[in-house]
Design a protein around this ligand. Sequence first.
Ligand code: PLP
Length: 282
Amino acid sequence: RIVYLNGEFLPESEAKLSIFDRGFLFGDGIYEVTSVIDGKLIDSDLHMARLERSAGEIDIPLPITTQQVVEAERRLIKENNLTEGLIYLQLTRGAEDRNFLFSDDLAPTLVMFPQVKKLIGSPQEAIGLSVKSVPDQRWARRDIKSVCLLPQVMAKRIAKAEGCDEAWMIEDGFVTEGASSTAYIISADKKLITRGNSNKTLPGCTRQAALQLIEEAGLTLEERPFTLQEALDAQEAVLTSAGNFVMPVTKIDGKPVGDGKPGPLVKRLRELYLENAMRTAI
Ligand code: PLP
């Protein structure tokens, strides 16, 4: 693979980082994942806006403009002949002797690399995803796309051990979100229920794009937290993320949601999302 490191395009074996990088020592950094279909970036504007916001919230200066980031991502797609998969981007505060406090003039580290992944036509699309509930053990600024992902690493491991595809995290009796996805349910009266954006969840780019299309899918939005029991009693359940787009959730803690099959509303919303995503891809 050709990867990007601080302005250079290099074979991955030649891309070297300092052991003093604060991303490594403190988890002092943020990231973005943008999916690629047909060699094009999906929802790129939304990911760039969130990148700027996350970086701003923890005061890491972006060393290049978001326009230049997109150009670099497109070059990586081209040089790696990537048709379907994702581009991972990580921005850390940079490298210096270990100290909680950092120097004001520290040069940040910017890394981007492609990963091949099948995004469309997976078996899960037809059967839906299974979810395992776990306690939400994260910090109070989940709106920042921080690289400190230990709670999610542990949550996904527990989910996997139970044969599940994703973990849904629970706080004070309500679902916050998936370990790496936004969570929704659809009620019998066709309300799409999901949390409003706040510090309690990551504002999903796929969520933002999908919510533009729900009216066309025959749904109305209700922004509020929901419980696991509500999800089990719901007509359909859904998750969204850059890697999954819009996916049906058909099983929670081993129990079926609705009739246990992907429902018509989530299928329609997925179609609409993909049509729109391809139309706006760059
Ligand atoms: N919530 C969390 C905690 C995530 O990690 C992610 C993505 O990785 C999402 C939601 C979905 O965000 P997006 O749709 O931008 O991928």
